[in-house]
Design a protein around this ligand. Structure first.
Ligand SMILES: NC(=O)c1ccc[n+]([C@@H]2O[C@H](COP(=O)([O-])OP(=O)(O)OC[C@H]3O[C@@H](n4cnc5c(N)ncnc54)[C@H](OP(=O)(O)O)[C@@H]3O)[C@@H](O)[C@H]2O)c1
Length: 266
């Protein structure tokens, strides 16, 4: 059973809430009694997820001009409040060496992964949270604090999001708490190219012996968004199956790094 954690009757936005980690987060918030609004680019997926959750949705890219304002207006109109914002939507492109990274893709990565979360926090703050309080959870990545092959653009944007989380936590306290969750390898579409070629080998590199499920991350997001974390802000909660400590278990991450290197450039 999902604990309510004080989320009953609260209103939450989850970007990228139609599949993977975002869908699990939206489900956990709804199960805890929150009213949920999901976003994603695919309108059919948004309609489906909203119906399943008994909530609402808005189709579009978080990077579209005007989307953050439209989303905030919709939630305030339909729910009359906006207590929780989960910045989960992201892109992991462009893959490849940074020397070859096209300008437009680099800009798009920052627009989706960094600028949109800030715009959404600004809209939530001005529309509701400044006066009534709230909680923001940004979904970063375990990889944000180290480097890896071909994921330079993604890693740079997520490192920026991690910094943004801490900066906003200081600026918006005490009314609004801002935290992040940093997942390791999780069974979703975005990471399929890493786990699917051989899940057992990937799992063997993780001290906890398996890859993550979206629900592993959702429980952490739910806790940070809830009153149970009322004295926590500016924190980054690692949910990575022990990836960061694998050196002490004898694993060295060779398999996962090889899979990142094997990704064709797009
Ligand atoms: N899976 C992992 O191993 C892993 C590890 C570390 C961190 N993460 C982070 O976890 C978060 C969720 O990733 P995931 O693995 O669950 O990915 P996913 O399964 O590919 O789901 C991504 C979701 O975001 C939506 N989305 C993508 N781009 C968007 C945009 N520009 N505007 C609005 N919605 C957008 C997608 O729907 P549409 O395609 O319809 O837009 C979908 O609902 C991301 O921040 C990712 O960086 C994942």
């Amino acid at each position: 059973m999902t604990p309510s954690y004080g989320l009953q009757g609260k209103a939450a936005v989850v970007t990228g809430g139609t599949r993977g980690i975002g869908r699990a987060v939206a489900g956990a918030l709804a199960a805890a009694g929150a009213r949920v609004c999901v976003t994603a680019r695919d309108p059919d997926a948004v309609r489906r997820a909203a119906a399943e959750l008994g909530g609402i949705g808005l189709a579009g890219s978080v990077a579209d001009p005007g989307h953050p304002e439209e989303l905030t207006d919709l939630v305030l109109r339909e729910f009359g409040r906006l207590d929780v914002l989960v910045n989960n939507a992201a892109t992991n492109r462009p893959y490849g060496p940074l020397m070859e990274a096209p300008d437009t893709d680099w800009r798009e990565a920052f627009a989706v992964n960094v600028q949109a979360p800030l715009r959404l926090v600004q809209c939530a703050w001005h529309g509701w949270m400044r006066e009534h309080g709230g909680a923001v959870v940004n979904v970063c990545t375990e990889g944000a604090e180290h480097v890896g092959p071909r994921v330079g653009a993604y890693g740079t944007t997520k490192a920026a999001l991690l910094h943004l989380t801490r900066q906003l936590a200081g600026e918006l306290a005490p009314r609004v708490r801002v935290n992040s969750v940093s997942p390791g390898l999780v069974r979703t579409e975005m990471a399929r190219f890493v786990w699917e070629p051989g899940e057992a080998e990937a799992a063997a590199e993780l001290p906890l012996g398996r890859i993550g499920e979206p629900e592993d991350v959702a429980r952490a997001v739910l806790w940070l968004a809830s009153d149970a974390a009322e004295w926590v802000t500016g924190a980054d909660l690692l949910v990575d199956g022990g990836t960061r400590v694998r050196a002490a278990s004898g694993a060295d991450g060779t398999v996962l790094r090889a899979r990142l290197r094997g990704v064709p450039e797009v």
